[in-house]
Design a protein around this ligand. Structure first.
Ligand SMILES: Nc1ncnc2c1ncn2[C@@H]1O[C@H](COP(=O)(O)OP(=O)(O)OP(=O)(O)O)[C@@H](O)[C@H]1O
Ligand SMILES: [Mg+2]
Length: 164
């Protein structure tokens, strides 16, 4: 068994042919972000932005604390909703707290630019963290597949891909 602790939102345990993705609860991180926002005197502009774009301050705090659960639930749904999108299979989810994925091999320098979703980054350059880093992908059955596809911001990418 091997433990990986590199994910921001999930702790990933590799065991046999499976990857167990355990949601992190980031209460301290959320509190830290609030303190930094207040400290930088950005609070008023940030809060009005959050109200306009992200459903209010409480919703932003919940999204930060439960980001791992949201990511796990999104991966479970998207794997069923977007067959053929080049995703590492998510076999099951236990209430979003733990996802079970097929285990892939880590990619380092292999080109990922042939992946179906890679082409969609022009939509939003901020998605490069999700789609342009080799650590986001795995090699499984001789295919390059995306292993980390739970970010809510990826929804337009999936829609653009499915509509051709
Ligand atoms: N199915 C898998 N098979 C093998 N390794 C995996 C698998 N899923 C994830 N990993 C490994 O665990 C690491 C973290 O997983 P992942 O990127 O899904 O978590 P995250 O919390 O969403 O990460 P990030 O920091 O990118 O937000 C990956 O970079 C990869 O090395
Ligand atoms: Mg990742």
């Amino acid at each position: 068994m091997q433990l990986i602790n590199t994910g921001h939102t999930r702790l990933v345990v590799l065991a046999g042919p499976y990857a167990f993705k355990i949601a992190k609860f980031r209460l301290l991180y959320a509190l830290w972000r609030i303190v930094v926002t207040l400290w930088n005197r950005e609070a008023v502009s940030k809060m009005s932005l959050w109200r306009r774009k992200r459903g209010g301050v409480m919703s932003v705090v919940l999204q930060a604390v439960f980001a791992g659960v949201y990511a796990n639930l999104a991966e479970h749904r998207r794997y069923q909703e977007y067959p053929g999108a080049g995703l590492v299979p998510t076999l099951t989810t236990w209430w979003g707290i733990v996802n079970v994925q097929k285990r892939g091999d880590t990619l380092r320098a292999i080109a990922i630019d042939g992946h179906p979703l890679f082409q969609q980054t022009h939509l939003d350059p901020s998605l490069s963290q999700d789609l342009l880093r080799p650590e986001q992908y795995c090699m499984l059955h001789d295919q390059v597949l995306l292993a980390d596809y739970g970010n809510p911001a990826l929804e337009p990418v999936f829609r653009a891909w499915i509509s051709g």
